[in-house]
Design a protein around this ligand. Structure first.
Ligand code: UT7
Length: 325
């Protein structure tokens, strides 16, 4: 027995923040952002919207797409690094919004790799035979931890969410294999210094803008390329497949140049690599989920195709999987 995606959905907040808007906020230009990142615009949640609100909307779409009654969901896993609050978990908050009760719910903090981590955890629970239907949500409001005075990070990030209903597969379709990795030695290249138990919120931490994401961009860039190339090669080997068996690669959308470098290193043409970064920027855990959902809706992939998802983020964490539709 294996696991497959019974349904998928995504949700993006309405407000669009363009490169031109950012030109008025920091010392940058549409030309710099476009050539260095490939991003033209990103979505930003409203002041009243939190990650659970986005995740709830994506969940409704995934449940509808799966054609199940929501009561058949037995567990909710939410991948987020921008939870509504430290506790309770965003998964519990979404459970309540969905009108469900008395099922296990927990959050997963694997940054941009969170959706693939979540799918693999769901697959393992289903493989164990203990659960048969699990809702995996990836939702991040990166705008809420973005310093809009820091031009090196604020141009990159956006908000969004994706959700998938994962269920049993009795045939050869579904999640064929996954690979998860992490290396904590890189923790301080991409992190949010304050607001946790290390540096609790105080007047000083707020004044020093320590509740915003900090990143050593070029150092992250290099490890992102090598880690995602490695993650693709490892998962292909685990699954006994070659890159030519893959109809579409769906990489994390952090920087178009990173995506192109991965394609070049793997010798995969850009036509076989899904890109939507120009519209959304980097939505952390939600990026690959939203990309997967769009690839299906835009008929870039169809039943019978095999896709490879790969992602990389704070931790560092990285993850890849192979899904046969
Ligand atoms: O999701 C998790 C993974 N995240 C990533 O993978 C992100 C990885 N990193 C990146 O995508 C890139 O490193 C960035 C897009 C963040 C930066 O691009 P870069 O080509 O590595 O630029 P840089 O940091 O080396 O900076 C080059 C120059 C600097 O000026 P000087 O020192 O050469 O005078 C920066 O100050 O570009 C300047 N710069 C900007 N200029 C205009 C940095 N940000 C901006 C900006 N507008 N927004």
């Amino acid at each position: 027995m294996g696991a497959k995606l019974l349904g998928i959905g995504s949700y993006l907040p309405e407000k669009i923040l363009t490169n031109k808007d950012l030109e008025k906020m920091v010392d940058t230009s549409d030309e710099w952002i476009t050539t260095r990142t490939g991003i033209k615009e990103r979505r930003v949640s409203s002041p009243s919207q939190a990650s659970s609100d986005l995740g709830y909307q994506a969940s409704l779409k995934a449940i509808e797409n799966a054609g199940i009654v929501k009561e058949s969901i037995e567990m909710i896993i939410t991948a987020t690094i921008t939870p509504d609050m430290f506790f309770p978990s965003t998964a519990c908050i979404i459970q309540e919004k969905l009108g469900l009760d008395n099922i296990p719910c927990f959050d997963l903090s694997s940054a941009c790799a969170g959706f693939i981590y979540g799918l693999e955890i769901a697959r393992s629970f289903i493989d164990s035979g203990k659960y048969s239907t699990i809702l995996v949500i990836a939702t991040d409001c990166m705008s809420k931890v973005t310093d809009y005075t820091d031009r090196s990070t604020c141009i990159l990030l956006g908000d969004g969410s994706a959700a998938a209903v994962v269920g049993k597969s009795k045939d050869d379709i579904g999640i064929l294999d996954s690979y998860l990795g992490a290396s904590g030695k890189y923790a301080r290249l991409l992190y949010m210094p304050a607001g946790g138990s290390r540096q609790p919120a105080s007047i000083e931490t707020v004044t020093q803008r320590l509740h915003y994401m900090k990143m050593e961009g070029s150092a992250v860039y290099k490890v992102a390329v090598t880690s995602m190339v490695d993650a693709v090669n490892v998962v292909l080997k685990k699954a006994g497949l070659s890159k030519d068996d893959i109809s579409l690669f769906i990489p994390h959308q952090a920087n178009l140049r990173i995506i192109q470098a991965i394609g070049k290193t793997l010798d995969v043409p850009m036509e076989k690599i899904f890109v939507n970064i120009e519209k959304y920027g980097n939505m952390s855990a939600a990026s690959v989920g939203v990309a997967f959902d769009e690839a299906i809706r835009n008929e870039k992939i169809k039943n019978g195709d095999t896709i490879c998802m790969v992602s990389f983020g704070s931790g560092f964490t990285w993850a890849s999987n192979i899904i046969k539709l």
